[in-house]
Design a protein. Structure first.
Length: 471
C-alpha cells in the first residue's frame, strides 16, 4: 500500500498529527460526478466511519444542472426527497494532494433499511462483477480519458458563454513532445496529483484537436478503475481551476475530433490467469488445443472460446447498451466517419476504424471499446461491457470473422446515431432487462429522456445565427 492509499489506522495517525483535517465523503452520481460533503476529519473518524452519513436521494434524480426531475422511483416530491445512506468503502480511502490536509473516501449508497440502491452507478457495476464472479472471473479495466485545455478560467469561460475560448495549443499536437511541453507544468501537476492520490500514472501525450491531451493510467480491477476515473475527472478540473485555466471532457466540443474515453477490458480467473488467450498460449506452448476457438489465429495471439463468446456478446449488445456508453445528446456528435470515433459495430485486430479493437497478446490480450466519450459514467459503461460479454458467454454466441480494412465504409451495423435511438433500443432490450433489472432500465431510460427533452427545449446559437435575420 502506498502512502496515498490509506488504512483507517494510518488516517487516525495523520489526523492526530494534524496532517489531515478534512475528509471528502463522495458518491458518484448518474452523470459520473463526485457528489458529497467535506467533513471535519475527527467527525468522520468518530461518527461517520462506523455509521455512515446521509444525503438527499435527489442526487440520483436530477439532471446535469441539478434540477429536480419528475418520473424517478428512487426519489421524488411524492416520496419527500428523503435521505439515502452514504456507506464508506474503506478500500477507497486516499489522500487528495491537490487540497491541503485532505483525504477522501468513496461510498456506496443504501436505503434507510440498509438495502443497496440498485440504480446507483456503483451498485450497477457491483451487480455485474458479482455475476462475473459466479464464473470465477475478475475484470481488469483501463480507461483512456481525453480532454481539451483552454487558457480561459472556468469563470471567464462561463462569462463568454463558452465561445471564442483560447486553446493551449493552436495546432494538432498528437504525439508532439513540443506540444505537450507547452503545458507541461499543468500536465505535471495532473500526473503528480493523481499519483499522490494512488493512481498509477503511465504517460501523457498530445491529441488531435486544439489543446487536446490525454493522461493514461495503469489498468486495475474494474471497481478500482472506475473509482479512480471519477477521482481523476474531478481532480483534473480542480487542478486546472487552481492554475487559472479550464479543461473539458465533453464528448464533442467543436467540429474537430471529440474527447474519447476508450475502455480496455480483460478477464482473469481465480488463479490470476488470463482468460482470453487460448490455453496453449497461456502455457507458452504452440499449436492448437480445445480451448482455442475458430477465430483464434493471427499475429496477435489465439483466442479462447470464452473470449470469442465474450467479444461476440459485445457485438450483439452494443446497440442496445449504447445508452450506458454514450449518455448525452452531445455523445452522438462524436460518431463521424474518419474521426477515429467509431460508426460501425465491428471488431478488428488493432483496427481503429472498428467499434471494438482487439490488442495485446498472451497475458495482455484484451479488447478496447472505442464508443464512449469523455462524458461517460465509467461504472455504467464497464457494467455494460461485462453484461454484454456474459450475454455472449451464456448464449454461446459465435464470433464473426474479424473486419479488415476501413470499417467506416463497410455495411456493418451502425452505432446508434442519436440519443433518441439509443434510449429506444435500451428501453425495449430484453438483454438489458435480464442483466440490469427493470428498475435500472427504467431509471436510465428516463434519464436519457430528460436529457433529450432539455435539448429539445433549448434554443441554440446555431439557430440564432441561421434565423435571426435571414428567416
Amino acid at each position: 500500500m502506498t502512502d496515498a492509499r490509506l488504512t483507517v489506522e494510518r488516517l487516525r495517525s495523520l489526523v492526530a498529527e494534524g496532517a489531515v483535517e478534512t475528509v471528502v465523503l463522495a458518491v458518484t452520481d448518474m452523470q459520473g460526478r463526485l457528489q458529497g460533503k467535506r467533513l471535519a476529519a475527527e467527525y468522520f473518524l468518530n461518527e461517520v466511519l462506523a455509521g455512515g452519513a446521509e444525503g438527499c436521494g435527489y442526487l440520483l434524480a436530477v439532471d446535469v444542472e441539478m434540477n429536480t426531475v419528475d418520473g424517478y422511483a428512487v426519489s421524488s416530491w411524492e416520496t419527500g426527497y428523503g435521505d439515502l445512506v452514504f456507506r464508506p468503502d474503506l478500500a477507497t480511502l486516499r489522500m487528495v494532494p491537490w487540497h491541503p490536509a485532505t483525504a477522501m473516501v468513496q461510498c456506496d449508497l443504501a436505503h434507510q433499511d440498509g438495502s443497496p440502491v440498485v440504480v446507483s452507478p456503483r451498485q450497477v457495476l457491483r451487480r455485474q462483477l458479482d455475476r462475473l464472479a459466479g464464473y470465477g472471473w475478475r475484470a481488469y479495466v483501463g480507461t483512456e480519458l481525453e480532454f481539451m485545455v483552454f487558457r480561459d478560467s472556468y469563470e471567464r469561460a462561463w462569462e463568454k458563454h463558452y465561445q471564442d475560448l483560447t486553446p493551449v495549443n493552436q495546432y494538432n499536437v498528437d504525439y508532439s513532445i513540443l506540444g505537450t511541453g507547452r503545458i507541461e507544468p499543468l500536465l505535471r501537476r495532473l500526473r503528480t496529483g493523481m499519483a499522490g492520490a494512488g493512481l498509477v500514472v503511465e504517460s501523457a501525450k498530445g491529441e488531435c484537436n486544439l489543446g487536446q491531451h490525454e493522461i493514461a493510467f495503469r489498468y486495475t480491477d474494474a471497481l478500482t478503475c472506475c473509482d479512480d476515473h471519477a477521482v481523476y475527472k474531478t481532480g483534473a478540473k480542480e487542478i486546472a481551476a487552481q492554475e487559472g485555466v479550464s479543461l473539458t471532457f465533453m464528448a464533442k466540443y467543436d467540429q474537430r475530433e471529440g474527447n474519447s474515453c476508450h475502455i480496455h477490458l480483460s478477464l482473469r480467473d481465480q488463479q490470476d490467469r488470463p482468460v482470453f488467450p487460448a490455453a496453449a498460449e497461456q502455457q507458452g506452448e504452440g499449436g492448437q488445443n480445445d480451448a482455442e476457438g475458430p477465430n483464434g489465429h493471427g499475429q496477435q495471439g489465439r483466442f479462447s472460446r470464452t473470449m470469442e463468446h465474450f467479444l461476440a456478446g459485445q457485438l450483439a449488445c452494443l446497440g442496445e447498451f449504447a445508452l450506458l456508453l454514450a449518455p448525452t445528446v452531445n455523445s452522438y456528435k462524436r460518431f463521424v466517419a474518419g474521426s477515429f470515433a467509431p460508426t460501425a459495430i465491428a471488431w478488428g485486430r488493432d483496427n481503429r476504424t472498428c467499434a471494438l479493437r482487439v490488442v495485446g497478446h498472451g497475458g495482455s490480450l484484451r479488447f478496447e471499446n472505442r464508443v464512449p466519450g469523455g462524458d461517460v459514467n465509467p461504472y455504467l459503461a464497464v457494467a455494460a461491457l461485462i453484461a454484454a460479454g456474459l450475454y455472449g458467454v451464456e448464449h454461446q454466441l459465435p464470433l464473426e470473422p474479424e473486419f479488415t480494412g476501413n470499417a467506416y465504409a463497410s455495411d456493418a451495423p451502425r452505432v446508434p446515431a442519436t440519443l433518441r435511438e439509443a434510449i429506444e433500443l435500451f428501453d425495449r432490450s430484453e438483454a438489458a432487462t435480464e442483466a440490469f433489472g427493470k428498475d435500472v432500465v427504467r431509471h436510465y431510460a428516463h434519464a436519457g429522456r430528460v436529457e433529450l427533452a432539455a435539448y429539445a427545449a433549448a434554443v441554440t446559437d446555431w439557430e440564432r445565427r441561421r434565423g435571426f435575420e435571414r428567416l
